[in-house]
Design a binder for this molecule. Sequence first.
Ligand code: BG6
Length: 481
Amino acid sequence: MSAQFSENFFWGGAIAANQVEGAWDIDGKGASMPDVVTNGAHGVPRRVEPSLDPSYLYPSHDAIDFYHRYEEDVELFAEMGFKMLRTSVNWTRIFPTGEEAEPNEAGFAFYDRLFDCLLAHGIQPLITLSHYELPYALVEKYNGWCDRRVIELFERFCRVLFDRYHDRVKWWLTFNEVNCDLLYTGAFNSTNNLRGFSGPLDTLVDSPQERIQAMHHQFVASARVTRYAHEHYPDLKIGCMIVALPDYPYTPNPDDVLATQRQMRMINWLCPDVQIRGYYPSYAKRLFRELGVEVRMEPGDAEELRAGTVDFYSCSYYMTFCVSTDPNAPITEGSLLGGVKNPYLEVSDWGWQIDPKGLRYMLNEVWDRYQVPIMVVENGLGAYDEKDPADGCIHDDYRISYFREHVRQMGEAIDDGVDLIAYLPWGCIDLVSLSTGEMAKRYGFIYVNKFDDGTGDLSRERKDSFYWYQRCIASNGRGLG
Ligand code: BG6
């Protein structure tokens, strides 16, 4: 029989504090970066508006009110059979401006309740230490991660979390999609020059120098907190988190093949090379030179990177790209980062190319390169869900097919020899979209009655995919029918 998901495989789901919790200024919480970003729509950019102008809608302020409804939601996750839930701790619940002398006890109290509730349901928390929830005060004062002083503030935040939760939380991730700093996504998730900025995000001026310097600071921060965790609590497991964006050459033209190799190194390999191996790869010099970037390192940084390597690799996976050197090659409309259209793939309603086999390909590449356990901590289909007027239910067969094919390909990857230990679909409950701020871009197995204009009673409903995922988990990935 072919190798398959292990008995202790972590099936589950993934969310992030700022996209679900709401309660943005409750119990002493300060504003984090997403709290000053308005909603947008497909094709309409979100805006940074720190004045909190009441004529705009700020979706993180209420989100899906997980802060008050987490018990009901965790019960639904348990009903599906979750073994792990990935979420983040919002930095500004613990240190509202990032610089307080003492952590905010009321902020801790929420995560105490949440983690206890998860564990009582047999669900392991996997905690992202930074899912774009930088205190806005640090953006204003330091220009965020562009300034090295933010490293120490982040370390303090992580230390108090490890000290308080090491008995309850064994699995941690440092920076969500840290390689976003190598691309310019035009969103607030690249650690760009956001100090003093207001207006539509597509008018933000990119600065590769600042962006990549900020990434270096995040590498050092990640290494320092990983080392702290390992030294103080040896049973904790710390992972890196990469947005996996595999590339295929559009043609066998050697120019396309070389361009693809370059792109793979820059987007997919550079960050885990640093965080897993502990040093910048030799190809980084040329990549940075070509981008006109000079990374300023301090004495001791190289040693810190070596001393704080992570225990496992994790990634989000949504789509693949084709790379072409031909300026006339057809572009993928609406895709996250442009790229050339792959004639063999379908696209989602938001133009993301759907490629389950690309996941198998990527998992194999990652395993061959690093030989550390792998978690898929985001994957899913953002789609418009309509209630069937006949029975008022969501019959999301398209989502079921999407997951069925991705689970199948993960099974193939395991059979190929990959040490895959977790699958945590993104937005296991509908939540606020990062790129557009919409509710209409729904990922969940659980529908949330909340709409883009802020209306809705927030009630939760099971979609057809809820029952499908429940069967998938109960059969340990064998019952995909
Ligand atoms: C990942 C992020 O990039 O993609 C999530 O880590 C995000 O925060 C997810 O929500 C899906 O993207 P979007 O734009 O559809 O919400």
